[in-house]
Ligand binder design. Sequence first.
Ligand SMILES: [Zn+2]
Length: 458
Amino acid sequence: MRALAVCVLLLTCILAPTVQAQQPDLTQEHWYHTYATLTVDVNAWADDYPDIVDLTVAGQTELGRNLWVVRISDWSNDTKPDGSLKDIVYIDGGHHGNEHLGTELAFLTAEHYIEGWAAKDPEVVRVLTTTEIHVLVMLNADGNDINTRWNINQVDLNRNYDHHWNEHDETQPGSGPFSEAETLANSIYMNTVVPRADLYVTMHTGVWIMLYPWGIVPEQPIDWELFHGIREEVHANISSIPIQNANQGLYPNSGTSRDYGYGIMGFPTFTFETDDEQWLPGSLESLTSRLGEELDVMEYLISNVWYWRARLTVDALALTGDMLTAKVTNHGMATTANASLEYLDETGEVQWASPLFTVNATNATSVSFSFDQTILSSNGVWNLNYQKRIINSAMWVNETQLDVALDSESTDDDRFLTGFGVFNPFSVVVSFIGVSVVLDRRNRDALHVNDAKEPRQA
Ligand SMILES: [Zn+2]
């Protein structure tokens, strides 16, 4: 009898899978990912959804584990349907190996878009045709395996970034900025793969709160309008989660990935802290319902990534004598203080550039400059050159104002002259020039509804 029991036990051991993937909707006791189960799950995604999941590694941990990055988009097209560049979202989780709930929110966010695509959810399809979502689910896989905050060198990875490193006498910040393989790899990924990102969310577990920069100083960031605008929309439509600058909302800190993401990369950055009720034993609540409200916030941030920067268009140009007046609209929710209008000749050489001017978030302005119309040529073009946000590190963009059309006498759209070269010296006598909007304003207006919980149709 005892021999039979041993046989059954042995057989059970042999038949049991050595690695059990942990898909969500299992109960709380079981759903925290280990490095092994995460590896199974992300590779299964890549195998099952090759059209939208591009799995890569950002590097390795100190012990050589892969830093998996799940890249999600409709990879059948490199651009949006209108030919413009896709928006980019960057998410990481698991800086602290014992903060499992935050790591699971990163996993769940990726899963939402993968399963939504498979289910043909129209909003998910819209997002994935216009956006790349890069999710590095577990940065500190070594610490996760032994359930500790630190990495294997006993370093706090979220104090190890090269932004005012250790200025607040942090606990275990490492021997120097980027002394650890994990943080160095993350910064290289930011700088080389997603430098254009217009959203960076880094996920943790602690007090239920979203923290925007700065941690290093108590002052509001210079792009405060963007962060406050997002806070207003989240609180009005989605969640009452507190949203504060990190220094005051949590405590002063230095060398964090959040301050690096904003201060060095120029990303709009949030630390997303799930609550700390992760150790309650015996809960039967599923992951998706446990983190449903947090996922709603993430969907809002991702669906509206287009707005998290300045988005300028020239709506009208008027030339009166030697004065050029431009009506410029900012469709985005970030202010730019560093905009200039440029005139390029047919060879692409800048013939004229205006002084820098400011366009406030979600606003329009008229700016006038002295202008020598003798530089106008038949195939010249107008460019807007501006910074996506005000922070020094924010990326500059140079956007040609296409589809320029001339209006003979007024701004009436029905009276465009045809057959004249744009700014041909002979047609410059017209006083008003209508400039149609490059970026899709209809799309923007349709998107900017107030109820962020509703799917936003383009
Ligand atoms: Zn943390």
